[in-house]
Design a protein around this ligand. Structure first.
Ligand SMILES: [Zn+2]
Length: 104
């Protein structure tokens, strides 16, 4: 994959994760229900949503790091052993920072 299409792909990922995070934030900021039992259900849902929101934010950071590494010319190098991360792994996980051996 060329740097330009890779950059596009990473930027697309960031905007997807951002949209997801925004949608979750909207859900979390909705009006609260009146009844006690509904509020209990809402709190459980909110906990799930907050977990998803945290995941989305971590994913955004990971992809932003990948873009920085792309700028620095270190994209695709394992941060642990310095070997090149396989193309198949990067294809599946474009923000991967470690080769398959070091990740395991
Ligand atoms: Zn490694």
């Amino acid at each position: 994959m060329t740097d330009i299409s890779l950059r596009k792909r990473l930027e697309t990922l960031i905007s997807e994760y951002s949209h997801r995070a925004e949608a979750i934030e909207r859900d979390l900021s909705r009006e609260h229900a009146q009844s006690f039992s509904e509020q209990a259900t809402e709190r459980q849902n909110d906990m799930v949503l907050q977990g998803l929101l945290a995941d989305a934010r971590v994913s955004i950071k990971e992809v932003q790091h990948a873009l920085v590494r792309l700028d620095e010319g270190t994209y695709g190098e394992c941060e642990v052993c310095g070997e090149l991360i396989s193309a198949a792994r990067l294809d599946a996980l474009p923000a991967a920072r470690q080769c398959i051996n070091c990740a395991e």
